[in-house]
Design a protein around this ligand. Structure first.
Ligand code: ITT
Length: 197
């Protein structure tokens, strides 16, 4: 089975992506690759941060790899937390504190529209074309609930209700979340691309 390093320390992302890819590819997260670093995400866009993560890991391993950066973009907050989603309430990367901050900012606001957006950066090197950088993007539109619902998933899942659903991501199984999710849409494009390689 072909393997591909996934430049992430987030096991939830690994589980969601591995379940989508099935047995076509084996995804190797940083921990499994023996790499213990917290890659900085200093940029103002998801694309630049995704690139930074993939380049950092490619430079260490010299192996094909991909990364992804995801943000929750809330219309009434001018797209925030967006690229700052992981650290919205501070460096502690505390899911609950991040959710509390979103709910506080949206208190009394009628427009709850939001979207998750994932940008994948693939660094792929082959003998014909050398090193190439490819991006794949997936979005999932929905709205922010007025309180938390459900225990599954991670991050902002308890307050995000995707369009076409009547429950939050945290009330869904991983497979059900994957039928709607931003990550699934980006990952599907990535693996369609890789299958043609
Ligand atoms: P890596 O950089 O190691 O991949 P991370 O957790 O730091 O992992 P991001 O910077 O992409 O990843 O994450 C932004 C934050 O957005 C993340 O910490 C979660 O709180 C949230 N998030 C990302 N994807 C999500 C999803 O599918 N559902 C709910 N929240 C999500």
């Amino acid at each position: 089975m072909p393997t591909l390093i996934f430049a992430t320390n987030n096991q939830n992302k690994v589980n969601e992506i591995q379940s989508l890819v099935g047995s076509d590819f084996k995804i190797i997260p940083l921990k499994e690759a023996g790499i213990d670093i917290d890659i900085p995400e200093p940029h103002d866009t998801l694309q630049e941060n995704a690139n930074e993560k993939a380049v950092t890991i490619f430079n260490i391993t010299n192996q094909n790899c991909f990364s992804e950066d995801t943000g929750l973009e809330i219309d009434a907050l001018n797209g925030e937390p967006g690229v700052k989603s992981a650290r919205y309430a501070g460096e502690g990367r505390d899911f609950q504190a991040n959710i509390d901050k979103v709910l506080l900012h949206l208190d009394g606001i009628e427009n709850r529209s939001a979207q998750f957006r994932t940008v994948i950066c693939l660094l792929w090197k082959d003998e014909v074309n050398g090193l190439q950088t490819h991006y794949f993007e997936g979005t999932c539109k929905g709205h922010i609930a007025s309180e938390m619902h459900g225990e599954k998933g991670f991050g902002y899942d308890p307050i995000f209700i995707p369009e076409g659903a009547s429950k939050s991501f945290a009330q869904m199984s991983m497979d059900e979340k994957n039928t709607y999710s931003h990550r699934q849409k980006a990952v599907t494009q990535l693996f369609e691309f890789l299958r043609l390689k």
